[in-house]
Design a protein around this ligand. Structure first.
Ligand code: HEC
Ligand code: HEC
Length: 142
């Protein structure tokens, strides 16, 4: 009897599991159906959304989205081309938005003359947007 119940339970769980996987398969990532261990095709470069005056944030303290293309910018150990326009000195000429005071403070709150290392890799937090169809619906409300 015990064995029968166990087998039944096992079949039920595996059916549930299979339906779950089938449902998950309907959502396709940008890689398509290419396995993670296989080389995928490069995804086509999408046109970046350029929005005059910036893109509204959705919640308090959100890193604002980048409202312009960053295809030509490079952030390496030696150069950060975002700062070519956004640094305190250059933004006076380029009219790019000046990074807030938080970006010129260490984790301990000490003021610095330069962008703190914790904020050096801008695209860790700030990202541009492209004209694409969302992969999944999202009804997040602020
Ligand atoms: C050629 C100059 C230039 C470069 C390089 C540049 N930006 Fe910008 N950026 C601007 C200008 C100008 C604006 C203001 C656009 C507007 O509001 O219409 C802007 C706006 C932004 C904003 C929006 C700020 C807000 O409050 O809405 C963010 C974030 C940003 N840039 C981040 C970056 C990052 C990160 C990089 C590097 C990957 C970068 N930018 C490179 C000129 C530049
Ligand atoms: C650790 C995450 C993080 C990194 C890295 C980072 N930022 Fe930000 N940034 C934020 C957040 C969060 C805000 C909005 C809140 C605030 O004022 O701090 C912001 C705001 C901004 C703004 C908007 C200022 C305004 O007045 O509207 C600009 C411009 C900006 N960042 C530029 C940069 C640049 C350029 C870099 C790289 C040198 C960078 N950020 C790196 C998180 C980050």
């Amino acid at each position: 009897m015990k064995i029968l119940v166990c087998t039944l339970l096992f079949s039920l769980i595996s059916i549930l599991f299979q339906t779950g996987t089938a449902m998950a398969e309907e959502i396709q990532s940008l890689r398509g159906s290419v396995g993670v261990d296989e080389e995928s095709e490069m995804i086509p470069n999408r046109r970046t959304m350029a929005v005059d005056g910036g893109i509204d944030v959705n919640y308090e303290d959100q890193p604002p989205l980048i409202p312009h293309s960053i295809d030509k910018t490079r952030i390496t150990l030696d150069e950060n081309s975002c700062l070519g326009c956004h640094s305190k000195e250059n933004q006076k000429i380029t009219n790019a938005v000046r990074p807030p005071k938080s970006h010129y403070r260490t984790r301990e709150g000490k003021k610095l003359r330069q962008i703190t290392t914790g904020r050096y890799f801008c695209t860790q937090c700030h990202v541009p947007q492209a004209y694409t169809k969302p992969l999944v619906n999202n009804d997040f409300k602020n």
